[in-house]
Design a protein around this ligand. Structure first.
Ligand code: GLN
Length: 509
């Protein structure tokens, strides 16, 4: 006996092709799970059940046409439901970015990543919760309430894509899109025990992604397993003339290898010494996190990988560099929310300046205001060179250091986060301690390299632990092959949070 929501994405796709399941049945199974768990977890800002069912009907017609002549092209994802982080534009469905300032903003177009999925016949289950404008590590900065971690609802799911991570972990969606500017796919994926991929900067179009830090923003993917992530990644990646930073490089179709040795034999894994020192990791790494990472690496070694200790000496600078560059870019990007062109506008203003002042003052949350002030200060005349200019130089050093490292190793293995999921409220009054959560994820964004996180264990409290692998630019496929190889020989990704069961929709396959 299997439940529809326990099937992997490739299994769902196969059942749809064979006509064993309809897209409507699949959509209904996920919508039932959302209805059951949403009151407890609050993973969605805007669920879209009617839209999902209407799209399912369309997908079912497309599938039945295809079955009459099954040799034509049928996109792999046709009829599959997904959840989308609420910072990616969706035509006709509001996109709030977790902010009161965009509470009623309905975009007239969809982000390229979303558009490509919709063209394939994907259904939209809803828009998932996020920290306001993706600024945060817990979803506590969302204007629409905090998402809860399915493994322990007293804890955060991570952020900023916490809604997408929680939805996938609790089987409210088979997979989801998120965004990663400084770790916002990898950190919540790690906290929720799912797979998360942050592609190379420029690999996936940013068109229609509401800008936060434009030189760092990437669109990423969450899945139960690597299989989901690979299927979605290869559909959303690739050149887009609407984003001038999106590269025009060939993209292979990814076929995950079914023997673990292929990706692991001879693989050179680098372990950055600095990541394990308290000088970098603040109060240090939780010992269970370090143990699980080391065990996962040892397991890879047993399949023929080799390990080398490497040095990334600029790692301690990643945090201050990121927290200058990201807020600087954010302060420029968020200048557009002036009450005139987009989103909310204050009712009672007496002058143009009053419109700006009252709209922005009243509608932005505390963290967004903090970033705008930090960023505007770093960019202001007289300070520009000292802060922003210096940060850009240090960023180049970090990027070059990664490039050097990848001359001697194929991938860099590290914890995704120093600890497992923290309690709601634990860091809420201390922005700096919240920023420290990002210490291991920020460097990949600064260097622009791809990174994947996947489950490698649980701590004593039953909270998931994630391991991160980083590779040279455009090596996403390699990362996915390695993570998949690990999942062939481990079972961490098969665990489910207890509250995701029980449910109906039983089905015999
Ligand atoms: N937590 C980081 C921040 O607050 C990263 C956010 C992100 O990747 N969107 O900026």
């Amino acid at each position: 006996m299997m439940d529809i929501i326990d099937l992997s994405l490739p299994q769902l796709a196969l059942s749809l092709r064979r006509g064993e399941l309809s897209s409507r049945e699949i959509a209904q199974a996920y919508l039932d799970q959302i209805e059951r768990l949403e009151p407890q977890l609050h993973a969605f800002i805007t669920p879209t059940p009617e839209l999902a069912l209407a799209q399912a009907n369309q997908a079912d017609s497309r599938l039945s046409e295809w079955r009459k002549a099954p040799h034509g092209d049928l996109p792999h994802l046709c009829g599959i439901p997904l959840a989308i982080k609420d910072v990616l534009c969706t035509a006709g469905v509001r996109c709030t970015c977790g902010s009161r300032i965009l509470e009623n903003f309905v975009p007239p177009y969809s982000a390229t990543a979303v558009e490509r999925l919709l063209e394939d016949g994907v259904l939209l289950l809803g828009k998932t919760n996020t920290d306001e404008f993706a600024m945060g590590s817990s979803t506590e900065n969302s204007a629409f309430g905090t998402t809860r971690n399915p493994w322990d609802p007293e804890r955060v799911p991570g952020g900023s894509s916490g809604g997408s991570a929680a939805a996938v972990a609790a089987r409210m969606a088979p997979a989801a899109l998120g965004t990663d500017t400084g770790g916002s796919v990898r950190q919540p994926a790690s906290y929720c025990g799912v797979v998360g991929l942050k592609p190379t900067y420029g690999r996936v179009s940013r068109f229609g992604l509401v800008a936060f830090g434009s030189s760092l923003d990437t669109v990423g993917v969450f899945g139960q397993t690597v299989a989901e992530v690979a299927l979605i990644y290869q559909r959303i990646a690739g050149h887009d003339p609407k984003d001038s930073t999106c590269v025009d490089l060939p993209l292979n179709s990814i076929k995950l290898d079914q023997t673990p040795g292929t990706a692991l034999k001879g693989l050179r894994i680098g372990i950055p010494d600095e990541y394990f020192h308290t000088a970098v990791a603040g109060s240090g790494i939780q010992s269970e996190v370090e143990t699980s990472i080391r065990q996962a690496i040892a397991q890879m070694e047993s399949f023929g990988a080799t390990v080398e200790i490497i040095h990334l000496r600029y790692t301690p600078y990643a945090l201050p560099v990121y927290y200058l560059i990201a807020p600087a870019e954010a302060s420029a990007n968020l200048a557009r929310y002036d009450g005139v062109r987009y989103g909310a506008r204050t009712e009672n203003a007496s002058s143009m300046w009053d419109v700006f002042y009252k709209t922005r003052g009243g509608k932005f949350g505390a963290e967004v205001k903090r970033r705008i002030m930090l960023g505007a200060y770093a960019l202001s005349a007289g300070y520009y060179e000292a802060y922003y200019g210096q940060a850009q130089k240090a960023r180049t050093l970090i990027k070059e250091e990664f490039e050097r490292a990848f001359q001697s190793v194929d991938v860099i293995a590290a914890p995704t986060t120093p600890t497992t999921a923290f309690r709601i409220g634990e860091h809420a009054d201390d922005p700096l301690s919240m920023y420290l959560e990002d210490i291991f994820t920020l460097p990949a964004n600064l260097a622009g390299v791809p990174a994947v996180t996947f489950p490698v264990g649980f701590d004593r409290q039953g909270l998931p632990i994630g391991m991160q692998l980083m590779a040279a630019h455009f090596q996403e496929e390699r990362l996915l092959q390695i993570a998949h190889a690990y999942q062939l020989v481990s079972e961490w990704h098969l665990h489910q949070p207890p509250l995701s069961k029980p449910h109906s929709n039983r089905l015999t396959l």
